[in-house]
Design a binder for this molecule. Sequence first.
Ligand code: HEC
Length: 153
Amino acid sequence: MKFLGAFFIAGALLAMPTANAQDASTQPRAAGEPPEADIGEIMVLQQMRHIKLWFAGRAGNWPLADYEIDKLKEGFADVDKLIGGDTVQREVGVHIDALQKAIEAKDREAFTRGFDGLSAGCNSCHRLLDHAFIAIQRPALQPYSNQSFAPRN
Ligand code: HEC
């Protein structure tokens, strides 16, 4: 027991400087407020996935569309962990499901509807979390000229 006690005290002492360093490096934040810096980083990736998803679906490259929707889901799962509650599910859950069905069915019209629904969900969450000025829409130009979105055989 003596040995274990010493072990725990040493552990607590070792942990202290790290805890203090973390406190100093983070902005004071009200209890329950989401850690927005991390969400912002995830969102930059979500924006890229959103663009790629659109051009994959428009090109009828369903395996690529499927891949991008999976990546979007992973990103939202991370956001979900950061903000808790059921916000993510409420804002985009139904649209992601609709898109997955459209992709499975290789249905372009349903895909387009699902995509616009998803963009509306993105914006709805931005409004809800005081970022209404970040307005998502259908992409007009394909910025990834080094990637072919055409379906592969
Ligand atoms: C659960 C709520 C939520 C959902 C759903 C959501 N966002 Fe966001 N988004 C945020 C929040 C909060 C921020 C601000 C984060 C920050 O300031 O750190 C943000 C920021 C952004 C930004 C700004 C990033 C930057 O640095 O310019 C983009 C772009 C973005 N979101 C795209 C999207 C897209 C695309 C979708 C849908 C596919 C989406 N978001 C869905 C909450 C959400």
